[in-house]
Design a protein around this ligand. Structure first.
Ligand SMILES: *Cc1c(COP(=O)(O)O)cnc(C)c1O
Length: 399
């Protein structure tokens, strides 16, 4: 087949299965209002949980940071490592309660790079089935025996730890702290206990936890801190800077030796241009705001509670999530697309999530709440959800 024929056939198949994806073009980042394909909508789809992507101080810091250069001009190890990166790494280490941290250009690269640097042929990588695609791809690429367990199933995880022990080699267990499409938290304290018992290394992806939750001592340090786990219990903590931090990029935090090791062996760190200095400056400003304005996390928490109470009263198909990610499980791809289109007609943008992002038969609306949403805006969304789910006969779908 020619290239054109191959592409056409595969695209056609995707359309027929209601899995074809389309870009929506926004005039600017949601605040949470956004002009989407030329029309103003209220968005409940961004991961900007604290409203920092449009915070004047963060934007001003990026402008200022750009005076250091529009780009880093080389990889970190050549000449692309600036003082501003070093300062950001120190700040991240401090707020995560780790000895050191390393910034990556994206979370996807941080996950692939870290997994591939830590385990390989002769080792084991154990993953939750609902892990983010970047952890899954890291597990595929690294060459270690890839063992998976059902979502948050501690018994299944222990069986895989036993299998890994029989296989020999080192074992890395990688999980999301907050599941990106489900919003639920991993049972991290129990997982850390199992890892200790079986001498496995625990890696937690805090893409949705960093900045949005933590402990009283470390309010930004995510679900790991919320579970009271230190660097010994969770030696590899990864987080992103494009979600609650409102910028772009990611980090891995842990021991000084882990960071030294990743600088040597994490190929997506070594062989890519350094993070633009403006982004590093924006991240530093975002962390400052996060520390200075704890009320943003409080507002987010209130919005989550408000949404769940009202959605529960309307019998919307809520999932077990205490985080800013509040999916409504509809099951069928066609229904999800129809409801999302109806919501857009009513003036709301929510994520319509289908396989392969989520398992077959679990298509869902992915609603994300931020500190910038008002209760009136959430009420308006709930009314629109209620109306559009009714219109498509999708209310109170059994799980
Ligand atoms: C978004 C996300 C990533 C990837 O981070 P990027 O910086 O966007 O590449 C990794 N893990 C999880 C759980 C995520 O949600």
């Amino acid at each position: 087949m020619t290239l054109a024929e191959t592409l056409r056939a595969r695209l056609q198949e995707r359309r027929e299965r209601n899995l074809y994806r389309q870009l929506k073009t926004l005039a600017a980042a949601p605040s949470p209002r956004a002009v989407v394909d030329g029309r103003e909508l209220l968005t409940f789809s961004s991961n900007d949980y604290l409203g920092l992507a449009t915070h004047p101080e963060v934007i001003a810091a990026q402008r200022e940071g750009a005076s250091l250069g529009a780009g880093a001009t080389a990889s970190h190890l050549v000449n692309g490592h600036l003082e501003i990166h070093a300062r950001l790494q120190e700040k991240i280490a401090e707020v995560t309660g780790r000895e050191a941290a390393l910034v990556f250009s994206s979370g996807y690269m941080a996950n692939i790079g870290t997994i591939c640097a830590l385990v390989g042929r002769g080792d084991n990588i154990i993953s939750d089935r609902l892990n983010h695609a970047s952890l899954i791809d890291g597990a595929r690429l690294c060459g270690a025996a890839s063992l998976r367990f059902a979502h948050s199933d501690l018994g299944g995880m222990e069986r895989q730890l036993q299998r890994a022990a029989q296989n020999g080699g080192n074992t890395l267990v990688a999980v999301d702290g907050v599941y990106s499409m489900d919003g639920d938290l991993a049972p991290l304290a129990e997982m850390a206990g199992l890892c200790r018992r079986y001498n496995a290394w625990l890696m937690v992806d805090e893409a949705h936890g960093f900045g949005a939750m933590g402990s009283s001592d470390l309010p930004l340090a995510g679900s790991v801190a919320a579970a009271g786990l230190d660097q010994d219990a969770v030696p590899v903590m990864m987080g992103t800077l494009g979600k609650a931090a409102g910028n772009a990029g990611a980090f891995v935090a842990g021991s000084r030796e882990l960071i030294d090791y990743l600088v040597q062996f994490a190929r997506p760190y070594v062989y890519t241009t350094g993070m633009p200095p403006a982004v590093a400056a924006g991240c530093l400003a975002a962390i400052d705001v996060m520390l200075r304005e704890p009320e943003r996390r409080e507002l987010l928490k209130c919005n989550i509670a408000f949404f769940r109470t009202r959605a529960g009263a309307l019998k919307l198909p809520l999932m077990e999530s205490a985080s800013a990610i509040q999916p409504l499980l509809l099951g069928c791809e066609k229904k999800v697309m129809a409801v999302a289109a109806e919501l857009q007609r009513l003036g709301f943008l929510v994520g319509a999530i289908r396989p392969p992002t989520v398992p077959a038969g679990t298509a869902r609306l992915r609603i994300t709440l931020t500190a910038n949403h008002t209760q009136a805006q959430i009420e308006a969304l709930l009314a629109a959800l209620d109306a559009s789910l009714r219109a498509f006969g999708a209310s109170a779908v059994p799980v």
